[in-house]
Design a protein around this ligand. Structure first.
Ligand SMILES: [Zn+2]
Length: 428
């Protein structure tokens, strides 16, 4: 009965969304111009409720329960809030003695504390959360509390879109109704192989199968891509999502090659290249020919600098014209250098491990530098290499023990995309 109601509610919700989108398409001049001969081809595919393994931990309101919701303010404590919700001392004492209660007690301003209890005043569930979705849950049963991490069961909607790019990936994707976050994820997945700013050709296409997440009819969290492919002429780039047992995910090509490279192309965001790798450059400060063995990225003072790959700090300190310098050793063969820093990341020291994308320092002009910029060097086997043209090694491929499982998944995903693609084009 409850499920039926749930389904009915979502049916209505989608009817409303559909009507709104329909009206939007009819009346939005921007969309109707940019999509001239294209239909709205984003498609809802499968609706699936993600079930939590223990459905007692539902946090759904039952008629026999009372739920109080507190937004944490300054000077609130877990103890005071529980007292305020009239939970008896005997239960509070039991809660405090339960292992994990210290996590529940770490409340911060802005967090939400939900206290669910029976009408007779016995606690049922106590949930501390920052985003109303994930947090720490204490469940009371048979005189005992159990405290654990908890994520609310969400409803997942599988969707599919097929987009032909006219001039920019962004505009074409938006006109098909894709969200900014989804577009950013696509750019991230295929940006390792394709330059979406400078190298988009009319007729390039992509197909994407993804999930939207809902809770109580409200869209929560950003969508997550299950599989996508980018098509350019005869060339097809594919990215298939794969979850490892520990819950982390990676995307691989059909053959199990990681879509990522082992190195990010750029160590500073929001920058531009002010000087390229050039072995015959006249040095701007010394005013004589001196090889420029790296790339300069001009950026405002204090802009964060990230390590382009994981590794460990093999040098940190002042070094002549480099000024404040960090060197990261990534493997036997690869190392990178970041020079003219304003300062290092607080606490960073020789031998520390850093991960890809981790901030290691900030842009400055220490050493021989005319303006604020990062001087970035890429070394292969100790030899200087042009970071802009070096063929970057791939990130870890799918492991041998996971290969079979991945290949089965990949085949299913691709068949699914092919099917959905055909359905869309058969309908148009
Ligand atoms: Zn330089």
């Amino acid at each position: 009965m409850k499920n039926l109601f749930f389904e009915l509610k979502y049916y209505l919700l989608f009817l409303i969304i559909f009507v709104v989108l329909f009206i939007g398409i009819i009346f939005s001049p921007k969309i109707s111009i940019s999509s001239d001969n294209q239909e709205f081809i984003q498609k809802e595919v499968v609706r699936e409720k993600v079930l939590f393994s223990d459905d007692r931990l539902s946090l759904e309101v039952d008629t026999n329960d009372v739920v109080q919701i507190f937004e944490i303010k300054k000077n609130d404590t877990l103890l005071n809030l529980l007292k305020e919700s009239n939970i008896k001392d005997v239960y509070i004492r039991t809660l405090i003695k339960t292992s994990g209660s210290e996590k529940l007690a770490q409340i911060k301003v802005g967090d939400i504390l939900e206290v669910k209890k029976t009408i007779s005043g016995e606690p049922d569930e106590i949930f501390l959360t920052t985003n109303e979705l994930d947090g720490i849950l204490a469940t009371y049963k048979n005189g005992l509390f159990k405290i654990q991490n908890f994520s609310r069961p969400l409803e997942k909607l599988e969707r599919f879109a097929s987009v032909t790019i006219n001039n920019s990936l962004y505009e074409s994707a938006v006109s098909e109704g894709l969200s900014d976050s989804l577009i950013m994820d696509l750019v991230y997945l295929f940006g390792w192989d394709i330059d979406f700013i400078f190298d988009i050709r009319p007729g390039d296409k992509f197909d994407v199968l993804y999930e939207d997440f809902y809770w109580k009819g409200k869209q929560v969290k950003n969508p997550d891509i299950k599989a996508a492919r980018f098509l350019r002429g005869n060339k097809v780039y594919t990215a298939i999502r794969y979850f490892y047992k520990d819950g982390t995910k990676e995307y691989f090509s059909l053959r199990g090659k990681n879509v990522k490279k082992a190195f990010l192309r750029t160590p500073v965001e929001f920058s531009y290249i002010s000087s390229k790798y050039n072995l015959n450059r006249k040095h701007p400060v010394l005013n004589k020919i001196r090889a420029h063995t790296g790339v300069d990225y001009a950026a405002p003072k204090g802009t964060p600098i990230i390590s382009t790959s994981s590794g460990s700090v093999s040098y940190i300190g002042n070094k002549g014209g480099y000024g404040k310098l960090i060197e990261i050793k990534h493997s036997e063969d690869y190392s990178t250098r970041y020079a003219h820093l304003f300062k290092y990341k607080k606490g960073l020291k020789l031998g520390d491990k850093v991960s890809q994308g981790e901030v290691i320092g900030y842009v400055g002009k220490s050493g021989l530098a005319t303006g604020y910029h990062l001087h970035y060097e890429f070394r292969v086997n100790g030899m200087h290499t042009d970071p802009l043209t070096v063929k970057l090694p791939d990130a870890e491929p799918i492991g041998d023990s996971e290969k079979e499982g991945f290949q089965n998944l990949a085949v299913r995903m691709i068949n699914r995309i092919d099917n959905l693609y055909l359905q869309i084009y058969a309908a148009n």
